[in-house]
Design a protein around this ligand. Structure first.
Ligand SMILES: [Zn+2]
Length: 586
C-alpha cells in the first residue's frame, strides 16, 4: 500500500506536474522516513497525490483543448552561421510539459533505446534533424530550443504561432571559432547505435569522430569491418571498434582495430587471461587502447597495465564526475575516500608515467547525447582517423564536456616535453571558452593547483598567465570546472546514477550523461624536466604498490581461474607490476 502510494506520487509528480515538485517531494519523503515520522509520511503522500492529481486533470484538460485547437503544419528551417541548412538537435514544447514530435519522428520514444532522438533529464525530448523539419503546432506560444554542440549559442526562444505563420527560420550563431581545421573532437565510447544514426547525431552535435564499440552486451558484431565505416565523410569519421570487458579486472576501449579481440560476444568467465594480453594483441595490429571509464572503474588491473606501458590512455571523463571516488572497486583502491578518479590519474603522472587522458560517453541509451563527453585532439596535417589517433597517443589533446581549453608552457603544447635548467622559469598561459557556467580556471603542477582564476557569473572566456619556476621535474596541465557544491544543495547526488535518483544538473538538462556532472575540462600534461631528471614521487609509487598488493589479495581470495597455473601466471604479472613501481619509487 505504502509502496503503491509512493509510486503513485512519484509518477504523477514527475510525469504530469514538474521535475521540481517530484524532487522536493521525494527529498521530503525520504527525510521523514529517516526521522520515522510515519504519520507525516502518510499525510504528505496524500497531499502530494492530491496536488499531482489536480495537476494531472488540469494537464489532461489542456491536452484536450490543444488537440481540439486547429493544428497546422509548420516548416522549421535551421540555418548555420552562413545561412545554410544545418543539422541540429531541436526541442519544440509548450509550457515545458507538452512536447511536439516532428513529422516522421518516433512519438513513443523509449528511454532505453540506443539511437535516434533523445530524452534528457527524463522528460526533455529532443529530435535530431538535418536542416529542419515539419511539425504540427497549435496557434499559441511555443518554445523552441536548438542545440548544436559547444561552439554555438544555445537557441532558446518563445515563438507565437499565429494564423499567418507557415514557416520558421532559426538562425544559429557560432559564438567563437575554435582552432578550425586543427582541433577535432571525438567520442571514444559509444554503444548500440548504427553508423547512419551516428552521422546525423555527430553533425548535430558538432562532433568529428565517433567510436561505436561492439561488445558482449551488443549484437552489432557484424558491423565491424576493421576500417572506417563507409558513411563517414571528410570531417565526420565513424569507426566500429570494440569494448573488451571483465568486470573485476576492468574494461578496455580498443580503437583503430583491424581484427576483433576474442572473446567478443561473451563476458570472460575468469580473471584470466589479463587485459594486458588483449593490449598486446591490439598493439600488434597497430591499434590504440584506452582504459575504459578509468575514473569510475580502474579495476584490479588498471595501474598494472599503465606501469607495464600496455595502455595508451585512460578514459578520464566517462560515466562519473572525475572529482568523485571510483565506484566499482571500493574493496581494492587504497584510501578510497581521499582518492577521486582524478587523483588516481595524477598519482600515475606523478610517478613519471606519461599516460594521457581521453573521454567518451559510454552512451547506451537515449538519455545521453553522442559526444557529451569528448576529447579534442590537435591534428597536424590532414585530418584522418589515423592522424587523430596519433594525436591521442601523444596527448596533444584535452577532455571536456563543454569548455574549450588550451594550455601552453613557453611554446610547448600538451603532450610535448621540454628540458630546462634548475633556475629557469617558464611562462604558462591557459585560456578557456565555455558555453555552460564554470567558476574556476586552474593551472596544475604535479597534481597541485599553483594558480587559479575565479570566473564570474556570465563570463564565458577567461585567461590565466603565470611565470613559474618549477625547481624540479614536473608535469603541467590546466583544468576548468564548475564547483558542484551548488548542485549538491539543489538535491543532486553525485554519488548516484541519474536513474537511481542522482538528479540533473544544467549539463544533464542539455546533454544528458549517465551521472550528474557539471562543466569540466582538463588538458593533457606538458612535461618539464630539470636537467633531464625524470618526474618521480616515492609516495605515489608506494600508493600503487599497496593498490597492486590489494589486487593480489583479492585474486587469491576470490579470483576465478581455469587452472592453478593460470592463477600463478596472473599473480606473477601483478608482482612484476609491483617491481616496476618499486623502480619508480627510487
Ligand atoms: Zn564499460
Amino acid at each position: 500500500m505504502i509502496y503503491k502510494l509512493f509510486r503513485f506520487t512519484h509518477y504523477y509528480c514527475k510525469e504530469i506536474a514538474s521535475e521540481n515538485l517530484e524532487r522536493i517531494t521525494m527529498y521530503s519523503l525520504k527525510k521523514m522516513i529517516r526521522l520515522k515520522k510515519l504519520a507525516g509520511v502518510f499525510l504528505f503522500i496524500f497531499f502530494c497525490a492530491f496536488v499531482a492529481q489536480a495537476k494531472y486533470i488540469q494537464g489532461f484538460k489542456h491536452l484536450i483543448n490543444v488537440n481540439r485547437a486547429v493544428q497546422k503544419k509548420i516548416v522549421v528551417q535551421i540555418l548555420d552561421e552562413y545561412g545554410s541548412p544545418t543539422a541540429a538537435r531541436i526541442r519544440v514544447s509548450e509550457q515545458d510539459s507538452i512536447y511536439y514530435t516532428p513529422v516522421a519522428h518516433k512519438v513513443d520514444l523509449k528511454l532505453d533505446e540506443g539511437g535516434g532522438d533523445v530524452i534528457l533529464d527524463y522528460n526533455r525530448k529532443f529530435a535530431y534533424v538535418d536542416g529542419g523539419c515539419e511539425i504540427s503546432l497549435p496557434p499559441t506560444d511555443i518554445r523552441f530550443e536548438v542545440i548544436k554542440g559547444y561552439a554555438y549559442h544555445l537557441f532558446d526562444s518563445i515563438i507565437h504561432i499565429s494564423s499567418g505563420v507557415d514557416s520558421i527560420k532559426i538562425q544559429l550563431k557560432k559564438w567563437f571559432e575554435f582552432g578550425a581545421g586543427e582541433w577535432y573532437g571525438g567520442d571514444c565510447h559509444v554503444h548500440f547505435i548504427d553508423a547512419v544514426t551516428a552521422l546525423l547525431e555527430m553533425k548535430a552535435e558538432d562532433l568529428n569522430v565517433c567510436n561505436i564499440l561492439t561488445s558482449d552486451p551488443t549484437s552489432d558484431q557484424d558491423r565491424f569491418s576493421g576500417a572506417l565505416d563507409p558513411v563517414s565523410d571528410s570531417v565526420h569519421l565513424i569507426y566500429v571498434n570494440q569494448e573488451y570487458r571483465e568486470d573485476r579486472l576492468g574494461h578496455l576501449n580498443l580503437l583503430n582495430l583491424k581484427r576483433l579481440v576474442t572473446p567478443v560476444k561473451t563476458m570472460r568467465e575468469y580473471q584470466y587471461p589479463l587485459n594486458i594480453k588483449a593490449c598486446d594483441e591490439v598493439h600488434e595490429q597497430g591499434g590504440h587502447v584506452s582504459w575504459a571509464h578509468f575514473a569510475a572503474w580502474p579495476g584490479l588491473e588498471g595501474p598494472l597495465a599503465v606501469v607495464l606501458k600496455k595502455v595508451d590512455a585512460v578514459e578520464m571523463l566517462s560515466t562519473i564526475d572525475p572529482f568523485c571516488e571510483p565506484i566499482f572497486v571500493s574493496d581494492v583502491v587504497p584510501d578510497l575516500r581521499m582518492n577521486t578518479g582524478l587523483s588516481l590519474w595524477y598519482r600515475l603522472l606523478n610517478c613519471g608515467l606519461k599516460i594521457p587522458a581521453t573521454a567518451g560517453t559510454d552512451k547506451m541509451t537515449n538519455m545521453v547525447t553522442v559526444g557529451a563527453n569528448r576529447v579534442y585532439a590537435l591534428v597536424h596535417g590532414v585530418f584522418t582517423y589515423q592522424s587523430w589517433i596519433d594525436a591521442l597517443n601523444t596527448g596533444r589533446s584535452f577532455i571536456t564536456n563543454s569548455p574549450f581549453l588550451i594550455c601552453r608552457a613557453d611554446n610547448k603544447m600538451p603532450g610535448d616535453e621540454m628540458n630546462i635548467g634548475r633556475k629557469n622559469s617558464v611562462k604558462i598561459v591557459t585560456e578557456m571558452w565555455s558555453q555552460l557556467p564554470v567558476d574556476r580556471l586552474e593551472i596544475i603542477s604535479n597534481g597541485k593547483v599553483i594558480a587559479e582564476k575565479i570566473i564570474e557569473k556570465g563570463q564565458h572566456y577567461a585567461k590565466l598567465e603565470i611565470e613559474y619556476r618549477p625547481g624540479k621535474s614536473v608535469w603541467i596541465a590546466a583544468r576548468v570546472h564548475q564547483y558542484n557544491q551548488d548542485d549538491t544543495r539543489d538535491g543532486v547526488s553525485f554519488t548516484q546514477r541519474r536513474d537511481f535518483g542522482g538528479g540533473p544538473t544544467l549539463l544533464n538538462k542539455y546533454y544528458g550523461t549517465m551521472r550528474p556532472e557539471t562543466a569540466f575540462a582538463h588538458t593533457n600534461p606538458i612535461y618539464i624536466t630539470i636537467n633531464k631528471k625524470p618526474i618521480r614521487s616515492k609516495e605515489d609509487a608506494a600508493y600503487f604498490i599497496k593498490y597492486l598488493h590489494n589486487s593480489i589479495s583479492w585474486l587469491q581470495r576470490s579470483g576465478r581461474f581455469p587452472s592453478e597455473q593460470a592463477r600463478q601466471e596472473t599473480v606473477s604479472a601483478f608482482k612484476q607490476g609491483i617491481t616496476e613501481f618499486m623502480k619508480l619509487a627510487k
